[in-house]
Design a binder for this molecule. Structure first.
Ligand code: G4P
Length: 534
């Protein structure tokens, strides 16, 4: 993991105030609703419901594809920026569906922290757990929001225990719910000794806060019914004895998560969570790279592409590369070195993603996410610098788990199909393999739903109906090793060899047994299920 920057001087204030994070959750826990409220408080939208309105108009920033609207899932990730208090928040949206885990994984390489949203009635669900494990691989700090407290929910201790047990992380309550379901009146803000009362009448109204001078303040009894007050006192006392106290350093190291309780739809607890991300969330962190680490306070600008998205706007057939700035102060029009091609690149029309619209970015700082429109030069894993040949590391590509042969409905359009497939491969939406024997392509994905998304996009964007058919192969491995050994292996296994869109050699098979055999027979070769994007 990265060195901490603790022995370095404090970051410049513009960088130190940035908080770049993602939300991880199981579908339906309330990620969209919470995002909307963040943006509402951030002033990025005027009223709730603009990000996601009901029925026909239901459309979020990332819900621009028909399929997404039909299925109600968010297929692509995007980024949104907003200010709240003295902080600038950059929220990177992760696709919630498990079929898009590779995309999610890469998105998480671009953030410094994650907000984990759980449903108070359901606790830690499968997708939350998976995403949490990915965050843990990177020791990302996690802040937790327990949502839907306005409904019948589980006992507070039970929820906290479940997180501690299932995710093996210390949990410290930042707030404590008072009552539940229909009796839920609000939360006691443990960090600031405040009573937050939820207003059920107006969902967009910010909760009323009442300053309390310790737990024996008579003001408590004025606002909380007696039986709930007794319960609150008892539970807070137990919590104090049984649960760990907030340790900001442990939060930054990813060993402890503070939990806030609330109800996103009622705008309740959201402000406290945002203030929590500001106070306890990390500043922009150093970035691992070769041949050296990049620190956010370096004066020279650098950044890396973690996501490429086509057709952000159906009216413009462009691609946008999402770049996380790793260091420096970027200004529009800057010439940056595209390290992979060694060519300079003038970044004249970068965009910042404000919730309501795209906006030209005149400037941006380490920690920010900017979008760079381009015609395909920028790929996932690419590094941009002010001249130094430095390459950001740790952005992986995973071997696909499902392989299918793809055919154009019209065989005359094979060239068009190739172009479309290359585009998706460069976007990271699929792996495309050209077998060394025979014609056609094999497409690999992580989840079956991606085939449907691809077929619909190829038809929509290229006017090309396609069919996906079962392939004889089920696994792919990247082959590397000394040239002689690789050549010998390729010649002896022609029926199994293909090239990916970068021209790298891939071994395709149906049997794990084959992979084991090759590892035995060709000790000089490495068959790998991941490849570093570069
Ligand atoms: P997701 O992005 O994580 O999938 O969740 P989303 O925000 O779409 O929320 C899922 C459902 O939960 C939505 O209801 C939403 O209104 C509801 N919800 C979110 N936060 C709260 C909360 O604090 N309390 C309660 N009671 N419900 C909440 P839906 O019926 O699926 O959609 P809609 O008809 O409300 O749009």
């Amino acid at each position: 993991m990265l060195d901490t920057a603790s022995n370095r001087p404090a970051l410049p204030p513009e960088i130190a105030r940035r908080r770049t994070f993602a939300i991880i959750s199981h579908p339906d826990a309330g990620k969209t609703t919470l995002t909307e409220k963040f943006l509402l408080y951030g002033g990025a939208i005027q009223m709730a419901g603009q990000v996601r309105a009901k029925g026909e108009a239901r459309r979020t920033r990332s819900d621009f594809m028909q399929m997404e609207k039909d299925r109600g899932i968010s297929v692509s990730a995007s980024a949104m920026s907003f200010d709240y208090g003295k902080f600038r928040f950059n929220l990177v949206d992760t696709p919630g569906h498990s079929d898009f885990s590779e995309d999610t994984y890469r998105t998480l390489t671009a953030v410094d922290a994650a907000v984990m949203v759980i449903d108070g009635a359901k606790g830690v669900e499968s997708q939350t757990q998976k995403l949490f494990e990915v965050c843990r691989l990177r020791d990302l700090p996690i802040l937790t929001f327990c949502n839907k407290m306005d409904r019948e929910s589980r006992d507070t201790f039970e929820i906290i225990d479940e997180i501690q047990e299932m995710l093996a992380i210390d949990v410290t309550p930042a707030s404590w719910p008072i009552g539940q379901g229909r009796d839920f009146v609000g939360c006691y803000d443990i960090l600031r000794d405040r009573l937050e009362l939820m207003d059920r009448a107006d969902r967009n109204k910010v909760a009323e806060s009442i300053k309390i001078e310790g737990l024996d303040d008579p003001k408590l009894a004025e606002h909380v019914p007696a039986h709930l007050l007794d319960q609150l006192m008892e539970e807070l006392e137990m919590a104090r004895e049984l649960l760990p106290k907030l340790d900001p350093q442990a939060v930054l190291e990813g060993h402890m998560t503070p939990i806030w309780f609330g109800s996103a739809i009622n705008s309740f607890g959201v402000k406290e969570l945002m203030e929590g991300i500001g106070a306890y969330g990390p500043e922009p962190q150093p970035q691992s790279a070769e041949p050296r680490q990049i620190f956010p306070d370096e004066t020279k600008v650098s950044g890396f592409v973690f996501k490429v998205q086509a057709n952000m706007d159906p009216k413009h057939r462009d691609r946008v590369a999402f770049v996380r700035l790793a260091s420096g102060h970027f200004k529009r029009g800057m010439k940056l070195l595209h390290v992979r091609s060694k060519k300079p690149m003038a970044v004249s029309n970068p965009v910042l993603f404000l919730a309501s619209d795209r906006e030209l970015a005149e400037e941006a700082w380490a920690g920010d996410i900017i979008g760079i429109p381009n015609h395909g030069q920028l790929r996932i894993g690419d590094t941009l610098t002010e001249g130094e040949a430095i390459r950001v590391t740790g952005i992986p590509s995973f071997a696909p788990e499902l392989l299918q042969t793809v055919r154009a409905g019209d065989p005359m359009k094979a060239k068009h199909l190739e172009k479309a497939l290359m585009q998706f491969a460069e976007e990271g939406a699929a792996k495309v393999f050209k077998p060394s024997i025979g014609s056609g392509f094999i497409v690999g994905v992580v989840g079956a739903l991606q085939f449907e998304v691809l077929a619909s996009r190829i038809e929509m964007e290229y006017g090309l109906p396609v069919r996906f058919e079962p392939s004889q192969f089920t696994s792919a491995r990247w082959v590397s090793g000394p040239k002689l050994a690789v050549d010998k292996f390729v010649n002896a296994n022609k029926q199994h060899i293909a090239h990916d869109h970068d021209g790298d050699i891939v071994y395709l098979t149906r049997l794990q047994w084959d992979i084991d055999r090759i590892e035995r027979d060709y000790p000089d070769l490495t068959l790998s299920a991941t490849k570093e994007m570069m």
